[in-house]
Design a binder for this molecule. Sequence first.
Ligand SMILES: [Zn+2]
Ligand SMILES: [Zn+2]
Length: 271
Amino acid sequence: MAITTDYHCHTDFSSDSSTPMEEMIKRALSLGMTHLCFTEHMDFDYPVNPKDGLTFSLDTLAYRNTFLTLKEKYKEQLTLLWGVELGIQPHLNQRLEEYTSSHPFDFIIASSHLLYGEDPYYPSFFETRNEDLVYEDYFKEITDNIKAFSSFDVYGHLDYIVRYGPNKDARYSYEKYRDIFDQLLIALIERGKGLEVNTGGLKYGLRQLHPITDILKRYRSLGGEIITIGSDAHQPQNLQHEFSLAQNVLLDCGFRYHTVFQNRTSQFIPL
Ligand SMILES: [Zn+2]
Ligand SMILES: [Zn+2]
């Protein structure tokens, strides 16, 4: 069965997208989608780079108002969901709890976009640092975040950092960080949280999805079942990018369902 959902996309409410929300909806309809979840960026304490001025700060009320207007307009044609992609940092937990409890999100992705308070997207990040140790610190910090923060549904693009390392994913594997990944996955499962399969990394030249297949297999073998699938599209043409590949990988890993969320409640859909 073809996947008819996409649980990770951005519009011009995110500072790194210029796509009007309605353009995403029109694209979703042309693809025959049944569920589209917007997950705009909200990264508190993001260190703004003067070169591009990206803030990743969300005007949540304006986002809500536009969403509700379009949800009503398209209610006969597809299910629109109101989500957020929260940038997690250890010192923000209380602020993030307050934020998420103040707004009626359908779905919350926890994402780590920063490490040591810096964005690895900028080339200067790796200039003075060892790639292997950075990756290790990144996965350890995600594990700590999962243990300390609970207001989310899935962890997003778990190995996002490998997009930006000097060797990207060439020297990276589940085996290399096995102990950390096992702790991380067990922490997710014990708390009833899911993993996002994010196809966006393929556009960065990575060989596999986020997270890599061996992590998905391990999550399944440890009893993990909650998987959402997201393109991380910032432009309409990237909605559902490589979703048939994601579906095949998930089936190979032993998953028989993927997950949708509404009002923060999960529902399983056959793959
Ligand atoms: Zn992200
Ligand atoms: Zn995103």
